[in-house]
Ligand binder design. Structure first.
Ligand SMILES: [Zn+2]
Length: 291
């Protein structure tokens, strides 16, 4: 048995602070600010050239979820936020695609298998994404070994599924602390009656209701995605050059202006570093990238 094709979707680019836990990336990738999806594709192809690896440098959104996810045998969550996980959950339940939740924060790892029509879904256990103040990788950091444990457990379950042994997949939300060794499991064997997603089939996240601007994990930064058309990097670089430091390749343009750095992707999506305030980030975006 082998995995014939792997699709990697990521909206972010490699930074030095990622290297302690994201094992596919190198210091050179961070120096180049290479998009993570492309860096991962290159490394995976070096490991096994027989697997078809497709990289999408993109934000998974309600608008592109069907195009990016349709046809997959299983979806593996390696995201850093609940908006995307609830979107994955909606897509998976609506399309009948199995997905495997996995998360790591601090020294804590958690994972759960979602088999549409069989097990509970994410919304059966937690109707809404956690609100208010939750610990994030900004406040708690992430121990590299917690990521490795979460992903090993997740991928083991994927192997069971892909080899036709779904009956042996775990039917719980498993969480464990790799530091203290504490471990707990919550049953996820049955769908919860009245679950808004798998019971009532209300796919609010897939319909794009209430989608916020997104602050990015581990950094003082905000993602803005308001540009309706592709950006011409050469023209933008020429316009920005008198104002600050600009460099670009085919995949990313980076513009540094005082304490701020704007990283612009070809579709106009931009990560504004140097502030966690959405209003400030939007102002910088409007001023330098335009709408
Ligand atoms: Zn459910």
């Amino acid at each position: 048995m082998r995995v014939g094709s792997l699709t990697v979707i990521d909206r972010d680019f490699v930074e030095t602070s990622n290297l302690q836990r994201q094992l596919l990336f190198t210091e050179e990738d961070a120096r180049e600010a290479l998009p993570k999806a492309e860096a991962a594709r290159r490394r995976l192809q070096e490991i096994n050239s027989r697997v078809t690896v497709t990289a999408h440098i993109d934000d998974l959104t309600p608008a592109n979820a069907a195009a990016l996810l349709s046809g997959a045998d299983v979806l593996l969550d390696a995201t850093d936020n609940f908006e995307t996980r609830y979107l994955l959950n909606d897509f998976a339940i609506e399309s009948g695609t199995p997905w495997i939740y996995a998360a790591a924060i601090g020294s804590y790892a958690a994972t759960m298998n979602i088999l549409p029509g069989e097990t509970a879904c994410l919304a059966c256990l937690f109707s809404e994404p956690p609100g208010g103040t939750v610990e994030t990788c900004d406040t708690a950091g992430i121990l590299g070994t917690a990521v490795t444990v979460a992903s090993s457990l997740q991928v083991t379950e994927a192997i069971k599924l892909l080899t036709g042994q779904a009956g042996q997949m775990r039917r719980t939300l498993l969480s464990l602390d790799v530091w203290t060794g504490e471990r707990s499991e919550v049953s996820a064997r049955e769908p919860r009656p009245g679950c808004p997603v798998c019971g009532l089939r209300q796919f609010r996240h897939l319909r794009g209701e209430g989608r916020p601007h997104i602050t990015l994990c581990g950094r003082n930064s905000v993602q803005i995605h308001e540009h309706g058309r592709p950006v011409n990097f050469a023209a933008l670089a020429e316009r920005l050059r008198p104002l600050g430091t600009v460099r670009h390749n085919d995949l990313l343009l980076r513009f540094s202006y005082g304490e701020y750095t704007l990283s612009v992707f070809p579709d106009g999506r931009t990560v504004v570093q140097g502030t966690a305030e959405v209003a400030r980030a939007r102002a910088l975006y409007a001023r330098f990238v335009g709408s």
